[in-house]
Write a protein that binds this ligand. Structure first.
Ligand SMILES: Cc1cc2nc3c(=O)[nH]c(=O)nc-3n(C[C@H](O)[C@H](O)[C@H](O)COP(=O)(O)OP(=O)(O)OC[C@H]3O[C@@H](n4cnc5c(N)ncnc54)[C@H](O)[C@@H]3O)c2cc1C
Length: 442
């Protein structure tokens, strides 16, 4: 079921021409539109469904530096800086609170990995503390677990996914951007080898630059124009509870289950390591790129064949720009929750915290996480197609790093000095034979 999202007002008419057309109003597109408009560029933010309707409203709401791939850590650290000021800067509630995040475990392999990561992260001045068994226990009062240790990242926090994406889109609009919902971009307008705008279901918009922030749809969109972008979708189930006793003010990762306190006093609950990867034509096309990841990291992932083989973002589709495109046939991708996983989540919660026994589910949903082979996003120009830029492939991390990613994408599109070194996120790594390897900690 779609997650209820804070509604955003659309503009009536599409502009004939803008500096930048942004495709997709999730976290990546909305944040980029906000920062581009703040820099004084004219922006049209174009969304096939509603602002924040896909991954951006379906995530757990963890805003973390902890356990980030080290290539991504500087961007995560900038993002947490931006989050800290965002409620004030936007003049509205994103739900962000710097509550800290806690991870505890009884698995030696997890703990060893966390210790190693924390040592390396210190080189980036990232403040994270390894917890002894006693400290881990003290940070989880009321839990039944006997932990061998944990980690605590006090500068991390949590925000409300249903509020934050729409808040950034609204702020972009206040800065002069226009917003167009229920308006799919069918393709790029390309003249003499350069992108000169977008072709939407409601007509053309000329632009100097196009930023594709299409989440799980970016690969399909790019493929239509001969641009190679390996992406794979991992389907995940989550739910939130009605108001429940206070266990944590922030986010807490327990073996097999995570919980994050919500503004409404409930918890958003996720099942870690329980993703489903459906075999799809796109999956087969990029199987070689993802093979190291599948071998090393996706131990908890189930493989299956489902509807995505024939339909949706990972199918093979070809469409004419004057006809209905796959983007209009799926205004909001809504994969549905797996009831077995919801039940398992509730059981695990009650096992770890007897005080949460009998807590009621208020809403459950599925989401499709768009992943790259090396687990970090592409935020970059596409050199082979001047005028096209990408901000996509966030691999399950794009909410927390959304503000920084939006700022970096805006810097790159505007040609301004980038907020962090953009090289780890360059598009060219997808096509120049770089050994993408497997991601760091997911
Ligand atoms: C279950 C789950 C839990 C997660 N937990 C966390 C977490 O705790 N912390 C964290 O940091 N991240 C988390 N993530 C990841 C995070 O939600 C995503 O990385 C982030 O929201 C990606 O934002 P996006 O804008 O790239 O994509 P999306 O939010 O998916 O937005 C893409 C948008 O583009 C639109 N679009 C696509 N094609 C077109 C087109 N042709 N024309 C017009 N519009 C188009 C789509 O309709 C969509 O609205 C989680 C994800 C899931 C699914």
């Amino acid at each position: 079921m779609p997650v209820p999202v804070q509604p955003v007002v659309s503009d009536d008419a599409l502009p004939a021409s803008v500096d930048v057309a942004v495709i997709g109003a999730g976290m990546a597109g909305s944040a980029a539109a906000y920062f581009l408009a703040e820099k004084g560029h004219s922006v049209a933010l174009i969304e096939k469904g509603i602002v924040g309707g896909e991954q951006t409203s379906r995530n757990w709401g963890w805003c973390r530096q902890q356990h980030r791939d080290l290539r991504e850590l500087p961007l995560a650290m900038k993002s947490l800086e931006i989050w800290g000021d965002l409620n004030r800067e936007l003049g509205t509630e994103t739900g962000f609170r710097r509550t800290g995040l806690v991870y505890v475990t009884n698995r030696p392999a997890d703990f060893a990995q966390w210790e190693e990561w924390t040592l390396k992260a210190r080189e980036h001045q990232m403040h994270s503390r390894v917890l002894t068994p006693e400290e881990a226990k003290a940070m989880t009062p009321g839990s039944t677990g006997e932990w061998i240790g944990g980690v605590h990242s006090p500068n991390d926090g949590r925000a409300e996914p249903a509020l934050a994406g729409p808040a950034l889109a609204d702020a972009a609009r206040e800065n002069g951007a226009t917003i167009h919902q229920n308006c799919a971009v069918r393709g790029l307008d390309i003249q003499a080898g350069k992108v000169t705008g977008v072709i939407t279901e409601r007509g053309r918009v000329r632009s100097r630059a196009v930023l594709c922030a299409g989440g799980a749809w970016s690969s399909l969109f790019c493929r239509r124009h001969g641009v190679r972008l390996p992406q794979a979708g991992v389907r995940s189930t989550s739910f939130f509870t009605k108001a429940a006793p206070l266990i944590t003010e922030g986010g807490l990762s327990l073996p097999n289950v995570t919980l994050r306190r919500r503004l409404d006093g409930g918890y958003t609950v996720g099942l870690s390591g329980r993703g489903l990867v459906e075999m799809s034509p796109q999956g087969l096309l990029y199987a070689r790129d993802f093979w190291p990841t599948l071998k090393k990291r996706w131990t908890g992932v189930t493989l299956g064949v489902g509807r995505s083989f024939f339909d949706g973002p990972e199918s093979f589709a070809h469409w004419a720009f004057d006809r209905v495109s796959p983007f209009e046939r799926h205004r909001t991708l809504d994969p549905g929750a797996d009831p077995k996983l919801v039940h398992q989540g509730l059981t695990k919660l009650a096992e770890h915290y007897p005080a949460l026994k009998g807590v009621e589910v208020a809403h459950c949903w599925g989401g499709l996480i768009d992943s790259t082979p090396d687990g970090i996003p592409v935020i970059s120009a596409v050199e082979s197609l001047p005028g096209l830029y990408l901000s996509t492939g966030f691999t399950g991390h794009g909410f927390g790093i959304g503000p920084g990613a939006g700022r970096l994408a805006a810097d790159i599109v505007a040609g301004d000095p980038p907020i962090v070194d953009p090289r780890p996120f360059r598009y060219s790594r997808m096509v120049d034979g770089t050994d993408l390897g497997a991601p760091g900690m997911l």
